[in-house]
Design a protein around this ligand. Structure first.
Ligand code: PGA
Length: 253
């Protein structure tokens, strides 16, 4: 349920999926839905395609949807083979970048310190950083969920973060791509703790958007999005089908 004065965000993380044609078809399908909804759309809608398809998707959707990257480098430019600078994403027309997704923390050994540096670079390029946090199943079983998530947030938030340039995505790692989700009470407890922490750390922390991610589907989105301090969703698998993602967008209110 959205917090007062907070416009929800429905974000699709396409990960490393699809072809150029798939990306264009999906983006155009969603842009058509957004255009049909017009002013009735109560959430911001964001898609994060793979890097090679960003430019075509941005051109094809022509501002009807927000577009973002799935990562950026901490440095502004230089000898970093294979990496992408935040300013390059901004130059293309991206408005957001996902940082510290658990798949990057695992596949590329990204620490919260490196996520913080990337988030600083994102802010310097005038992008909104979506900083992902979440516990492993072992951390949850030990009762360390909130401690883990709070530590990640404290270590990842860059100087200069505000409600206008920072989004937090809470994604329990064991819920990503598994079809399993925490209970409503568990999500409420974690989002409540994140909100309290953000209020302590940032003067406008009461209105930073806090997304839930991990096996969000059209069938569970309404229940998840009705939880206090859940201000939208970060969606993987279900963001790859127009009807499924739009069902989730409709539940973000
Ligand atoms: P999922 O992925 O929706 O497929 O669980 C979420 C994410 O990794 O952002």
């Amino acid at each position: 349920m959205t917090t007062a004065n907070v416009r929800p965000l429905a974000a699709g993380n396409w990960k490393m999926n699809g072809t150029r044609q798939f990306a264009l078809d999906l983006a155009m399908g969603l842009a058509t839905k957004a255009a049909q909804a017009g002013a009735g759309l109560v959430a911001d809608v964001l898609i994060c395609p793979p890097f090679p398809y960003l430019e075509s998707v941005i051109a094809a959707t022509d501002g009807k949807l927000a577009v973002g990257g799935q990562d950026c480098h901490a440095k502004a430019s230089g000898a970093h083979t294979g990496d992408v600078a935040a300013a390059m994403l901004a130059d293309l027309g991206c408005r957001y970048v996902i940082l510290g997704h658990s798949e990057r923390r695992t596949d590329h050994q990204e620490s919260s310190a490196s996520v913080k540096n990337k988030a600083s670079a994102a802010l310097a390029a005038r992008l909104t950083a979506i900083v992902c946090v979440g516990e492993t199943e072992a951390e949850r079983d030990r009762g360390d969920t909130i401690k883990t998530v709070e530590k990640q947030i404290i270590e990842s938030i860059p100087d200069g973060a505000t409600a206008a340039n920072l989004v937090i995505a809470y994604e329990p790692i064991w819920a990503i791509g598994t079809g399993r989700t925490p209970t409503v009470a568990d999500v409420a407890a974690v989002h409540g703790a994140i909100r309290r922490l953000l209020r302590q750390k940032l003067s406008d922390g009461g209105t930073v958007r806090i997304l839930y991610g991990g096996s969000v589907k059209p069938s569970n989105a309404a229940e998840l999005m009705a939880i206090p301090e859940v201000n939208g969703a970060l969606v993987g698998g279900a963001s790859l089908k127009v009807e499924d993602f739009w069902g989730i967008v409709a539940a973000c209110r």
